[in-house]
Design a binder for this molecule. Structure first.
Ligand code: SF4
Length: 810
């Protein structure tokens, strides 16, 4: 038995390039539970975008453990700490079990009828007085495909408002836009199996050791194997991934684009371009070459604060790669030139001609487990099935499937992004806001502003959630939601693998699935299609999934060959899955024909610097027509550079042990004990200057708010201050900092990337002061992750014993 809090990634099973990643079954059962006494129910983990295949152990109607599915292509049986222990949240006594309605300023228990009558009455009132544009909906990256597709149809087709977005805007909006800008459509080009055969890894702003722990286990096994791939890491923190790198570039926050332009410059100058590939399969090379010409390594070194020799060394490794996998995540996406940077990572692989072949791809990764589905179902700013909202034929086709007049589907302008939805609510244009499965009172930037928006008298706020979050505490109506394992549905990970998750137990009390709640809402509102039939024609998750297979037929994310039955029993399956590819599709663009046909593409693209949307004629003029687009942009300094008053740069992120605002993971004792409180990371040099010792309490202050927590002296870059964004106020029974502010987003800014509209969480100017002596007691930060003390010397974070690992001999 192994402590998987201490040993996050488990034991090594090394393998060589091109070999199968060995299977290892990870299993955890609650104390005293015998394996013979449990029934196993098929599912997958929803605590990051890997979506690892797992079975849920059920005994006497309760979940008592989990095991990884060795047959699953994603994880080959492995589970990380969140997957192994996170299920305990389902049985938490803190679960919401009945609706709450605000009466005389207080949330009080109500029946479903009372709550839904009120929701419907206020919806009718707002629609009557303000039209559909008075209605806003903000959803999640953690519901199921069936929930999203139902919400998307009800909101876009029934209510007719464009004000629907997901919190995926905070995590994967840039991934979607970067894919659309370069390849014409969303959808990961590659496959997790590309990690098995690559010889070079280029990881930008991506710390899989904590954000995708099972992916890091796979890479550790490659790194321990006989032909170790070379690894380049760009990250201002000395993460476990950075520690394993051949070249670590700890760039100054906000300078990613300069670095990528510098790498592209070196590739071109060093003659590392696959000219015949670029000529045959891309457009835009001349403009790209012209743009990056001014980014020689010496200039870039000055901008990014890393040695020029290291930039050249990184470019040399990439330039000599034969099979290159590049990845990026929030270090790129949550910055001010997010899409421009992410597109340059696509460009690196395109210049090398390394896409659509084994071991050659770029991963614009996701953060949340079902983020891909918000994009596919149109529950964020996209249209269903990767249709193009600017293409009238696509809108008409969707209207045909939905049996609606095309004019009923809002497509006269871009779907409203989350940051704009909150701005409209602030200004009074949106008067009704329904928030499902997310906690903006902790996760959005500039929290004082968000709390004031959600607290307005004139705004009617509905929150559907499994727990009473900080956001729920500000709502007018709170609806108890069924969680993972309490409802059946599907979800899709960041390499297009679709999993089925079966209902294993009953939801507690009166909790219902979000799909059921929106079906009820549509019924009560009397929403119908053009034939006078109920707008939403399905009743069960399986019927909804079948309808989704129909609406995606012929689109890039083609689900038409999938069914619940097909997803039962074995591994998840990658879309497109259809008559031509009945077993799914491992890799896109193997013929190097990209989705840039103007009639088919999902988006006509944008100016990467200004965000201005191109029209069809602009896109046609590019002449891509099946070729990938090499888009270029110049680096610009970030919005809020450090100055004398606020001399440090603040950045936020995650730890391996928690998920988002801890509404789930804090209810798993092993995870909560591993990271029980907020902390702040400083470099030893900054700490020394500020007179701060390990464990002292510091105040971090920006122009918008402050955060107080114990200091950890870690390997973060000098001049940069890091804090995890998980810690809000709900476990102090509050909706805001009534006392000590612990939410990192008190400090962040209301600014976003011009193309993807993803907020910038990684770069606000702050100052730090020591406000109390820690008495020599270390900060409550993990010692087994990037948060480990730079000086070492602290015992490993522990507490996850009882996990069994069984390596399968094949
Ligand atoms: S890597 Fe992600 S999906 Fe897999 S077990 Fe861990 S949290 Fe769950």
């Amino acid at each position: 038995m192994i402590d998987r809090i201490t040993d996050i990634w488990g034991s090594r099973t090394p393998y060589a390039a091109g070999a199968d990643w060995p299977a290892r079954a990870d299993q955890y059962l609650a104390d005293g539970v015998a394996e013979a006494d449990v029934a196993w129910v098929q599912s997958a983990c929803v605590l990051c975008s890997m979506d690892c295949g797992m079975d849920v152990a059920v005994k006497d109607g309760r979940i008592v453990g989990v095991r990884g599915r060795t047959a699953d292509r994603v994880n080959h049986g492995r589970l990380g700490p969140k997957g192994l222990f996170g299920w305990q949240a389902n049985a938490s006594p803190d679960r919401l079990t009945q609706p709450l309605v605000r009466r005389n300023g207080k949330l009080e228990p109500a029946t479903w009828d009372e709550a839904m009558d009120l929701v419907v009455e206020r919806s009718r009132q707002v629609i009557g007085e303000h039209g559909p544009l008075g209605m806003g909906f903000y959803t999640s990256g953690q519901l199921f495909l069936e929930d999203y597709y139902t919400i998307g149809l009800v909101v876009r087709g029934g209510i007719g408002t464009p004000h629907l977005d997901g919190n995926t805007r905070l995590c994967t909006a840039t991934a979607a836009f970067a894919l659309k800008e370069t390849f014409g459509s969303d959808g990961a080009p590659g496959s997790l199996t590309d990690f098995d055969s690559c010889d070079t890894l280029f990881m930008v702003g991506h710390n899989p050791a904590e954000t995708h722990t099972v992916l890091w286990a796979r890479l550790l096994d490659r790194l321990a194997g006989p032909d170790r791939p070379r690894l380049i890491v760009v990250d201002p923190r000395r993460t476990k991934v950075a520690q394993a790198a051949d070249v670590h570039l700890p760039v100054r926050n906000g300078t990613n684009l300069a670095l990528l332009n510098g790498i592209l410059h070196e590739l071109i100058a060093g003659d590392h371009v696959d000219k015949s590939f670029v000529e045959a399969h891309t457009v835009g090379f001349d403009k790209l070459a012209q743009t990056v010409a001014g980014y020689d390594a010496d200039r870039v070194a000055e901008i990014c604060g890393v040695p020029a020799a290291d930039i050249r060394a990184a470019a040399e490794i990439i330039g000599s790669a034969r099979r290159l996998v590049s990845t990026c995540l929030q270090g790129v996406y949550q910055s001010h030139q997010a899409t421009a940077t992410a597109c340059q990572i696509n460009n690196v692989n395109l210049l090398r001609g390394m896409i659509g072949k084994p071991g050659c791809t770029v991963f614009q990764l996701n953060g949340q487990p079902t983020a891909q589905n918000t994009r596919e179902t149109g529950a964020d700013g996209d249209m269903v099935g990767f249709r193009n909202w600017q293409n009238p034929a696509h809108v008409a086709d969707l209207a045909r499937v939905w049996k609606l007049d095309p004019l009923q589907i809002p497509s006269w302008g871009p779907p409203t992004h989350a940051m704009q939805i909150f701005r409209y609510a602030q200004e009074g244009a949106i008067r009704f806001l329904w928030i499902t499965g997310t906690n903006p009172a902790v996760s959005l930037p500039e929290l004082a502003r968000i709390r004031s928006i959600l607290s307005q008298e004139r705004l009617f706020v509905v929150v559907s959630d499994a727990f009473l979050t900080e956001t729920g505490r500000l709502a007018d109506v709170v609806l108890p939601a069924a969680m993972w394992a309490e409802k059946t549905g599907t979800f899709t990970n960041h390499d297009r693998t679709v999993h089925l998750s079966e209902r294993a137990i009953e939801p507690p009390g009166q909790a219902r699935s979000d799909m059921d709640v929106f079906l009820d809402y549509a019924r009560r509102l009397g929403l119908s299609n053009a034939d006078g039939e109920p707008l939403v024609p399905w009743q069960s998750p399986e019927e909804c999934f079948t309808a989704f297979t129909v609406v995606t037929r012929g689109r890039p994310c083609d689900y038409s060959g999938l069914s619940y039955d097909k997803l039962r029993g074995g591994s998840g399956i990658q879309w497109p899955c259809n008559a031509d590819a009945p077993d799914g599709t491992e890799r896109l663009y193997t013929d190097h024909v990209f989705d840039t046909d103007p009639d088919e593409c999902e988006d006509y693209g944008h100016d990467l610097s200004t965000g201005a949307a191109f029209e069809r004629k602009d896109f046609v003029a590019l002449g891509a027509a099946g070729r990938a687009v090499l888009k270029a942009a110049h680096y610009k300094p970030a919005h809020e550079p450090p100055d004398d008053d606020y001399p440090l740069l603040f950045t936020t992120g995650r730890t391996a042990y928690h998920w988002h605002t801890r509404t789930k993971t804090a209810h798993a004792p092993q995870l909560q004990n591993a990271a029980p409180e907020a902390w702040v990371e400083l470099s030893p040099a900054d700490a020394d200057r500020l007179g701060v010792a390990e464990g002292d309490v510091v105040r971090v202050e920006s122009r918008r708010g402050r955060l107080e927590a114990k200091a950890r002296l870690s390997g973060v870059r000098e001049g940069v201050v890091f804090a995890p964004f998980h810690f809000g106020y709900w476990d102090r029974d509050g909706d805001g900092p009534d006392g000590t502010p612990t939410a990192a987003n008190e400090l962040t800014m209301t600014v976003w990337d011009p193309v993807s509209k993803q907020p910038q969480f990684k770069g606000a100017a702050v100052r730090v002061e020591r406000i109390a002596d820690g008495g020599g007691v270390p900060a409550p930060a993990p010692t087994t992750t990037a948060s480990e003390p730079a000086a070492g010397g602290l015992p490993p974070t522990a507490g996850g014993t009882g996990v069994r690992e069984t390596v399968e001999q094949r």
